[in-house]
Design a protein. Structure first.
Length: 208
């Protein structure tokens, strides 16, 4: 798999190469190794395949996450508690979906007003952009089920450079995420064409 990912690199700017997991020295943190060598340890499984695809698609964003991780490890060490910033970056890396959307949709999502978000303002989704960034989230979606929920990161512009720039440490540490059952997004699953799809309060939960 590393050969296929490296072959796909082409002219992708600011990215890395992919190496077998066994090349990483024992005891060196994963993120520190990437920062030091510009090589991503990769196993032959779906999880790491999707991680590699995100490096290919969003190299500046992945580099930004890696740099912030490496900085935190250098200051705080790799043992013990990871801290709120590294925890949030891990959530982003593994389970984020990035959303650029009209104000009506953003407001409804913040209020957990699922009827407004997905039924009343359904046509507004034609003006929205949603990207699944988290590689663990992509892996979950290989076996889709209604309850799969992303940690949504709101942006004004959805490009690799803009997304990387949005990763402010203070915003990340504050865990500025919103929950979104991703299979509720119009057009993403045939079952959600029925408005009753969103009546399931075990998935589309009311605000606390």
């Amino acid at each position: 798999m590393t050969q296929a990912l490296n072959a796909a690199l082409g002219n992708v700017a600011g990215t890395v190469c992919f190496v077998d997991q066994s090349t990483m020295p024992a005891g060196e943190p994963y993120e520190s190794f990437i920062a030091r060598t510009a090589c991503v340890p990769t196993r032959d499984n779906l999880h790491d395949l999707f991680n590699g695809l995100m490096w290919l698609s969003y190299p500046h964003t992945k580099r930004r996450l890696n740099a912030l991780h490496a900085e935190q490890i250098a200051v705080l060490g790799a043992s013990g508690a990871r801290g709120s910033l590294r925890d949030a970056m891990t959530v982003f890396d593994e389970n984020a979906a990035v959303l650029q959307a009209p104000a009506e949709l953003v407001d409804a999502l913040r209020r957990r007003d699922w009827t407004s978000l997905f039924v009343e303002h359904r046509t507004q989704w034609q003006s929205a952009r949603v990207v699944v960034f988290g590689h663990a989230l992509l892996e979950k979606l290989m076996q889709p089920r209604k309850a799969i929920t992303a940690h949504v990161w709101l942006v004004d512009e959805l490009s690799d450079e803009a997304l990387a720039a949005s990763l402010d440490p203070k915003r990340l540490a504050a865990k500025d995420f919103l929950p979104l059952p991703v299979l509720g997004v119009p057009g993403w699953w045939a079952a959600n064409e029925d408005p009753g799809f969103y009546d399931d309060v075990d998935v589309f939960r009311p605000p606390r």
